[in-house]
Design a protein around this ligand. Structure first.
Ligand code: ZN
Length: 203
């Protein structure tokens, strides 16, 4: 299982970090060891002083696909959930300055808490999904999949030109504006179409 993530897929988020809006999807990986399931506690790592939440729609791939056509992209998705693309912003900032990869900033152990998945057929169309992330009950991020710079079919078509998608792979589709730091003692909750999907503690 691999996790493929999309950076800067919402205009307002790209701008809040003073990044350009990309001309094509910006893709990076998280290893399977980054996965954290079942709303288990997240332990704040000792190598960062600026850990940010990035709440994102996560797609689960249901069957193998290579060079997927946009028109058929939704056939390859068998689950939709929410995830947090935890980012050590201090480590990422140094990497960005040097033109280095983001691997350590975003790929460390448990940097990817992921919710349970729901069937796409039980949700509104995937281009019309609303989600939000709260920190200690205060709304920090509100997202609408209609605002993605690259739609879900665009992303599957683009990624699968280069990288074969396999059953069980997860795709993080990018975060809307409102990212910010978390601290030990915080509680992260996230809702997809009003349903609570994530609810875990930072320790
Ligand atoms: Zn992200």
């Amino acid at each position: 299982m691999k996790m493929i993530c999309v950076g800067r897929n919402y205009r307002e988020h790209a701008l809040e970090l003073n990044n350009p809006v990309p001309a094509q999807p910006l893709i990076f990986f998280k290893p399977d060891t980054a996965l954290l399931r079942d709303n288990k506690d997240f332990y704040y790592p000792d190598f960062t002083q600026d850990l940010h939440h990035e709440c994102e729609i996560v797609l689960r791939i249901g069957r193998e696909g290579k060079s997927i056509q946009k028109d058929f992209a939704l056939d390859y998705i068998d689950g939709v959930g929410l995830g947090i693309d935890f980012t050590a912003r201090d480590i990422q900032s140094v990497a960005k300055e040097k033109g280095h990869p983001w691997t350590l900033a975003k790929g460390f152990d448990h940097a990817a808490p992921v919710s349970a998945f729901v069937e796409p057929s039980s949700l509104p169309p995937l281009h019309d999904l609303r989600f939000r992330c709260e920190l200690n009950g205060e709304v920090k991020q509100e997202g609408h999949s209609a605002d993605m710079l690259f739609s879900i079919p665009d992303l599957l078509a683009f990624i699968s030109r280069y990288i074969t998608l396999k059953k069980g792979d997860l795709i993080f589709t990018g975060t809307p504006a409102g990212v910010g730091p978390v601290q030990p003692g915080d509680r992260v909750t996230a809702y997809l179409e009003g349903e609570k999907m994530l609810d875990f503690a930072i320790r």
